[in-house]
Design a protein. Sequence first.
Length: 713
Amino acid sequence: MNDNVFALPVTKLKGIGAVRAAAYSRLGVRTVGDLLFDFPRAYENRGNIELLSEITDPDAKHAVILTVATSPKVVRLRSRRMTFLKFKAYDDSGFAEITFFNQDFLRDKFPLGSTFRFYGKVEKAGNHYVMSSPAFEPWYEDRPLRDLLPVYRLTDGVSQKQISDSVAAAQALCGYEIPDFMPNEIRIANGLCTLNFAIKNIHCPESFKNLAAAKKRLIFDEFFNFALGISITRKRRVKSGAPACVNGSTADLEALLPYALTGAQRRAVNDIASDMAKNSPMSRIIVGDVGCGKTVCAAAAMFIAVRSGRQAALMAPTEILARQHYCDLEPLFSRLGISCELLVGATTPAKKKKIYDALSSGELDTVIGTQALLSEGVSFASPGLVVTDEQHRFGVAQRAALAGKSGHAHTLVMSATPIPRSLALALYGDLDMTVIDEMPPGRQRVDTFAVDGSYRERLDAFIKKNVTSGGQVYIVCPAVEERESEAGEVELAELSENGIIADQAPPLKAAVAYAAEIAEKFPEFTSAFVHGKMKSREKDDVMKRFAAGKVQILVSTTVIEVGVNVPDACLMIVENAERFGLSQLHQLRGRVGRGNRKSYCILVYGGEHLEDCPQNAKERLSTMKNTYDGFAIAEKDLTMRGPGDFLRGEDDTIRQHGGVKFRLADLCDDAGLLKAAFAEAGRLIEADPELRDHPVLAERVASMFTLDADSIN
Ligand code: ADP
Ligand code: MG
């Protein structure tokens, strides 16, 4: 067989000309290979033959075997341009009238006495049955039909039958022997069928058993190719080198902290120090629940870089967050003789210019900022480390841009989104992971309650009580209009896509009115309102006043969600809590309980009675009441929402990583295969880093995966 048959355009196949090829390309199918890997989205089970009289469900499709009893007649409707083809057919239990619309050309297909398997809806009409435009296949006693028929995604100009025919033509072109990409030993060791068998049975399964075997193989393939892509990239990155930062002691920094590191923080810092001491680039992610103290780990990494004669950058997704990091770290660094600047969109041009110059001359040690760090003017004299905070908010492209700027620097990613284990490998398979699973001592549990509108008065009294005793209050309400306006709003948009937010989600107006109402209700306190439509200056200003204790009640949309730290905040009220997803509620709850005050999170159901809350939302609220562990909540969120919706990036890249899309694989169900595939890929790459002995596989991986070292991180 021609090695390159997969790369041939579909027009090489019988029955596909320019017009149909154009239709196929709308399905993303351009080559013979695309066609073979364009798997059915479902299957019809036509193997379950019923008698007409047994059929009770008129909404489901059924398979019946009927013999033609009357010659087909064409009935014309003069009023409209419409024809009916009608005939009767029977089985042992009764007869059905079969109708096709505007398809008189079928007239000769149904000779008297011939038998067919019909598949479609069956309705009872008096003493007989009716089927409209059923699928049909001639049936012969000695020639069994297939039970499972593929259902493909379609577009205008391509029918199910055409795709089936084209797939068959593609298999014929390959001589019915599709070569296997996978080394035989690996295939056998993992109990997988051949690619040829898999392709054949995914399109045209002979049985459920064969279909299951085909799926297992193809899912493994997806993971395996993905894992290979990651492993190759990783190997190349290791080879590309990085400045060894051997001054790994962080004692001077730690001496200035008002606390001792937790055991988990200590582990993270040790991991970082030993990564950075190597002359291959670190690529590590630190995952830990909100408030576990990731910032100081980032500071330690930056400190190591600078003490080793290098520069370090920290990028945060929002200005508020960048400023907070700056306010936390700059005083610390300054006491250590390390220079630090803040670079955000709002930085004046003159100041920006100064920072650019200081970075490129090497005079400036560290810089903290937002996407502004990606601006053209930014270049480092001696890059050592790039840290990105809350990285899932950054698109793959942005991370790549920053990595590009910093050359072969070490990279550290911090994520407050606890990642279910099954997802971690797929999302961050290219990163080493440190999990911070321990909270700083004295951290209290934020007592959580779910209430409904009938609690309003008690709630108001509770706000009053907390503020009077010196505490601060967050009130969060959803406002869908802000969907695309702010990084922090992404999850909200995501929720609406999942149907969690109903169409009637309150617009910004409602949030504004609500804020006014709060101000009126508590004239003795200072309240403020912050939302994503505000200029970042204004937003920052409000946040700053809240953080400084000048504002006691902060009404906001979800912009405060990201790691903002206000120690006196002790009450988090989430209005219309039923509209928020679990992980988001957990993030919000993490805003309080950061100081010494006993803290509470009150989830207010928007409806009258909590009992009427939709089941799904009820389950989320009760999970929040009973669970405090971010990882457990993430697992629950995953099972409730499914992996596809778990972490949608701005650019919809959830199931994509460096350009890879899983077509069949379900990260939740197939976690075992994912692990096995990673193990096999790791071994293979260890032995043959560039897949020189497996050129077909290498090509396959390269075609699935943009093998560009910088695009991954
Ligand atoms: P996150 O992991 O959410 O980014 P932060 O780094 O913002 O958490 O830390 C949250 C708070 O905990 C900060 O006020 C920080 O000073 C404090 N903190 C961090 N580590 C410790 C520790 N080991 N002991 C006590 N407090 C700590
Ligand atoms: Mg943080």
